[in-house]
Design a protein around this ligand. Structure first.
Ligand code: PLP
Length: 408
């Protein structure tokens, strides 16, 4: 019989969202008259904006006539979108990149999950704790994580992000080869200042590490001291790959479009005394295993950067930011310890004394019909917190606030 990849077998099922769904289903069955409001989902609720929908319609029309039909496109993305990305997201912020350093794809999750393939199997990986689970699980699948001990893997370096260090990871005592950083952070909603991120870039240059920088929530940054891209920091193009997504920025969670920047200046060891270009390796990987994001989707993404597209999306982001501010205020008003939610759609709330994160989850569900995400599901350092998201509708957020006030 064919044998399974043992690394996959090391991975347990992801129980977090399954456990939440089971508890919510049981609650609904016991209380069919109560409407449950989710503050737990990471999906958006606002629809695509008119500029994006119009671009989609025009692109569908293109596909219906022979001389504007698009078949296989470039695996790396169409030049019109790569140019729009470079001009709007980088050059406009003083960052010099060329369009062919941008790789368009169908999601930051696949890109960030796949990128680890380019590194040797014995590479040491560092992640922040709590963490977006894809970084860890994709390295478990690759056989790079070692064995699981409790909630942690013995070959992964964990960088706790806790109240005591103001959610800014300290440099590890063991030198990692690859460092995953996600800012604005999922799940804590916290950010790194320019100085703190420069510290990590300098560390990576000194130690010869690669930073995989996930900036999926960049659109939520309001603080001028918070960099939008890691390439705003000196020397970052020599050490960092950046992942961005249209999912949370423009409501593309169902449409699917994202991009990964791999600067040509980024080199790693070939293991034989020479160097190789990660840009060339990712290009080879994508050309081999990926066939490009659909033309119509890339036209829709291009519309995000039009003057109308920008105006419409500012309104959408502002409405989520209002939800975040309201949720922050409500949790603070309950006397709870509140982090994040200013430059991010996530609010990280310390649970009341005497409860753990699942205990608080149960209380919010049973007593208020509200669903949150227990912090313990994101790693050992997430215990004692829950994550609230600002992606609900304004009406649901208002109703959630009313219920929270009644509860406390
Ligand atoms: N990166 C982070 C940190 C996320 O939280 C998410 C989605 O929740 C993603 C990436 C996924 O992005 P995409 O929808 O582009 O796959």
């Amino acid at each position: 019989m064919t044998t399974a990849n043992p690394n996959f077998l090391k991975l347990q099922n992801n129980y977090l969202f399954a456990d939440i769904a089971r508890k919510v289903a049981a609650f609904k069955q016991a209380h069919p008259d109560r409407r449950v409001i989710s503050l737990g989902i990471g999906d958006v609720t606002r629809p695509l904006t008119p500029a994006v929908v119009q671009a989609l319609r025009l692109a569908v029309d293109d596909m219906s006539v022979a001389d504007r039909f698009h078949g296989y496109g470039p695996e790396q993305g169409y030049a019109f979108l790569r140019e729009a990305i470079v001009q709007n997201d980088y050059v406009a912020r003083g960052v010099s990149l060329s369009a062919d350093e941008v790789f368009v794809s169908d999601g930051a999750k696949p890109d960030v999950g796949n990128f680890q393939e380019l590194f040797s199997q014995d590479s040491i990986v560092a992640v922040t704790d709590p963490v977006y689970p894809v970084y860890v699980d994709s390295n478990v699948m690759a056989g790079r994580a070692g064995e699981q001990q409790g909630q942690r893997w013995d070959r992964i370096v964990y960088l706790p992000c806790v109240k005591e260090n103001d959610f800014v990871p300290d440099f590890p005592s063991v030198r990692p080869d690859i460092i995953y950083l996600c800012y604005p952070n999922n799940p804590t909603g916290t950010v790194l200042s320019r100085a703190a991120l420069q510290g990590w870039v300098d560390y990576a240059r000194r130690e010869g590490c690669v930073i995989l920088y996930d900036s999926a929530y960049e659109a939520f940054i309001t603080d001028p001291d918070v960099p939008h891209s890691i390439y705003e920091l000196e020397g970052a193009q020599e050490v960092a790959v950046e992942f961005r997504s249209f999912s949370k920025t423009a409501g593309f969670t169902g449409l699917r479009c994202a991009y990964t920047v791999v600067p040509k200046a980024l080199k790693i060891s070939d293991g034989k005394g020479g160097q190789v270009s990660l840009h060339a390796m990712w290009n080879r990987r994508q050309s081999t295993k990926y066939n490009g994001c659909p033309y119509i989707v890339q036209r829709a993404a291009e519309a995000v950067y039009s003057p109308q597209g920008r105006r419409e999306l500012q309104d959408v982001i502002a409405s989520y930011q209002r939800n975040a501010a309201l949720l922050r205020g409500a949790a603070g008003g309950m006397g709870l310890d509140v982090h994040g939610g200013v430059n991010a759609p996530y609010i990280w709330v310390g649970v009341p004394r005497g409860l753990d994160s699942w205990g608080f989850f149960d209380r919010l569900l049973q007593q208020a019909g509200l669903v949150c995400t227990p912090g313990a599901g994101f790693g050992a350092a997430g215990e004692g917190y829950v994550r609230l998201t600002a992606f609900g509708t304004p009406a649901d957020t208002e109703e959630a606030l009313r219920r929270l006030r009644n509860l406390y």
